[in-house]
Design a protein around this ligand. Structure first.
Ligand SMILES: Cc1cc2nc3c(=O)[nH]c(=O)nc-3n(C[C@H](O)[C@H](O)[C@H](O)COP(=O)(O)OP(=O)(O)OC[C@H]3O[C@@H](n4cnc5c(N)ncnc54)[C@H](O)[C@@H]3O)c2cc1C
Length: 500
């Protein structure tokens, strides 16, 4: 046993740091403020229905992409079954329905049919997705065994990444001539978005490696918790960390909310909790710099949705099933923030038999979550609850128009706002995935990307806030690369074993 890891947070990054810590001979203790694992990767039961608050798609769910190895090491490859959808999304516009298929041949044919004049642009886009698939193994080779791709090939991936990370979707969208495709793409994505983040979900889905975990996101997190405990790790729930104890420029322990001090032999502290809370509260602002302060003030975060989930006593069908749901224009208004919503997005969970009892259905509606609006309203609990009820009522009416008779069959209503996600996990502004991946935030040179803070030894960061973009694989990957760093620091060869 060499050294003790005190890990703040039992979300995906914290659990994964624990697993890799144990694989490498560290004593690993996780402190999680909640009564269960998962953090943002969670789900909850309401009146016999499963409300999922996270995974629509998991990169690496299937074995055709190299990143699958991550889940073989951490547990979920063995424990969980996944559903692969035939479409990434579907948008029902007044003039057309647009389906983003996951099969690339089918998608190419479909897009060319919609806009024959754009065949060349479409081919370039599809080729870029195929190129992503080809490069994925190189991308993972940087950190998965066999260790280190040959440097020349690593450069090849670097070039690919650089190209599509610094090119925005405007590159394709501005060249489209077909009015249908122009309309469909502007409904699908922002012209500001780096192309890389458009290619990524399509590449994984095309390889059946971007599935939904049957049983939901909490079961997924529990699988990593099981792996951690099986390796001899310790996790303490209902243990909120108040301060990180620092002596002579070195992190030496934790002070918990209940007044207990946690120390240990040869301690390393890892925070996988919210970055803002880590910097401003747990470290009392002592390691903030002009750059990090300005960053928190100016760089936007990826917010959380306003999520209305219904349990209905009837079978509802939607086909094809999609990764990120069906968006359509409601026939009756759903008014949010003073404006009727042009489109609403729904996910019908019939593909998960554990979501609802036989003959019943869970339908989740994802709406835009305006954090500032809900945060203000939360100060007036009665108005907050009333607004949630009003929105849910309008969603039910809108869904009743789509699925006649639904309103009378509603047995369960659950509304989660961005403030719910904030309250549950402590994530700053209720963020679901950390920073918006603008070119500025995703070029790998930001102040947090080294996962360390200047002037503070034996302290590290991992999780969604210190990666180019958040997400479940990104959080796990963040922990894995961190443990590689820590092993390197301690002169040890990093080990990661696939679960037998
Ligand atoms: C609605 C929604 C949908 C999403 N969909 C997907 C998807 O389809 N695919 C995908 O890959 N990702 C998805 N994500 C993103 C993904 O869930 C997150 O990026 C990822 O789970 C972040 O993990 P993390 O461990 O870095 O952070 P967190 O999950 O935030 O974990 C941090 C943990 O620290 C704990 N903590 C905080 N402060 C303290 C403290 N003081 N003391 C002790 N513990 C503390 C929190 O309770 C939490 O458990 C989604 C997120 C949301 C909200």
């Amino acid at each position: 046993m060499t050294g003790t890891l005190l890990i703040i947070g039992g979300g995906i990054a914290g659990l994964s740091a624990g697993v890799y810590g144990r694989m490498n001979g560290y004593k690993a203790r996780i402190f999680e403020m909640h009564s269960q694992p998962g953090g943002l990767c969670t789900a909850w039961q309401r009146k016999g229905y499963l409300v999922d608050g996270c995974i629509h798609w998991l990169c690496g769910s299937g074995p055709r992409m190299t990143i699958h190895r991550l889940w073989q090491e951490l547990g979920p490859a063995k424990d969980i079954r996944y559903v692969d959808h035939t479409a990434l999304s579907r948008i029902e516009l007044p003039e057309m329905t647009f389906t983003l298929y996951t099969d690339l041949d089918q998608l190419e044919e479909y897009l060319v049919e919609l806009g024959p004049e754009d065949e060349e642009v479409i081919q370039e886009l599809i080729e870029a997705v195929r190129d992503f698939v080809r490069h994925e193994a190189l991308m993972q080779a940087a950190w998965l065994p066999p260790k280190g791709a040959e440097p020349a090939r690593w450069e090849e991936f670097g070039g690919f990444m650089q190209k599509w990370n610094t090119t925005t979707m405007a590159y394709f969208m501005d060249r489209l001539r077909s009015p249908k495709l122009r309309r469909a793409f502007s409904a699908l994505t922002g012209a500001w978005m780096p192309v890389f983040f458009f290619l990524l979900p399509l590449a994984y889905a095309s390889q059946k490696s971007s599935g939904y975990p049957i049983g939901g996101s909490l079961e997924f997190a529990r699988s990593i918790e099981r792996r951690f405990l099986g390796l001899g790790g310790e996790i303490e729930y209902n243990a909120r960390v108040k301060r990180i104890l620092v002596e002579e420029g070195r992190a030496v322990g934790l002070l918990l909310d209940d007044g207990r001090e946690v120390r240990g032999e040869d301690v390393t502290v890892i925070s996988t909790a919210d970055l803002h809370a880590t910097m401003y509260d747990m470290l009392e602002g002592r390691y903030l710099t002009d750059e990090s302060r300005a960053w928190f003030e100016n760089v936007p975060v990826i917010g959380s949705p306003l999520q209305v989930t219904l349990g209905v006593k009837m079978r509802v069908e939607e086909s094809p099933s999609t990764v990120s749901g069906v968006s359509f224009r409601p026939r009756t208004p759903v008014v949010l923030y003073g404006r009727p919503q042009e489109m609403i997005n729904i996910q019908v969970f019939n593909y998960d038999p554990t979501a609802a009892p036989e003959g019943k259905t869970v339908i989740r509606t994802n709406l835009y979550g305006d954090y500032t609006f809900w945060k203000k309203l939360r100060e007036m609990p009665e108005l907050y609850e009333a607004e949630k009820r009003r929105v849910a009522g309008e969603v039910i009416t809108a869904l009743d128009a789509r699925y006649p008779g639904l309103a009378a069959q509603v047995e369960m209503v659950d509304v989660a706002t961005p403030v719910t996600f904030e309250r549950y996990t402590g994530n700053w502004q209720g963020s679901s995935q950390g920073w918006v991946p603008t070119p500025q935030a995703s070029n790998g040179t930001a102040w947090f990307s080294k996962k360390t803070l200047p002037g503070l030894e034996r302290f590290y960061l991992a999780g969604q806030w210190v990666e180019i973009i958040g997400g479940v694989p990104s959080a796990a990957f963040s922990a894995r690369t961190l443990l590689q760093m820590i092993c390197n620091r301690d002169g040890k060869e990093f080990k990661a074993e696939i679960e037998a």
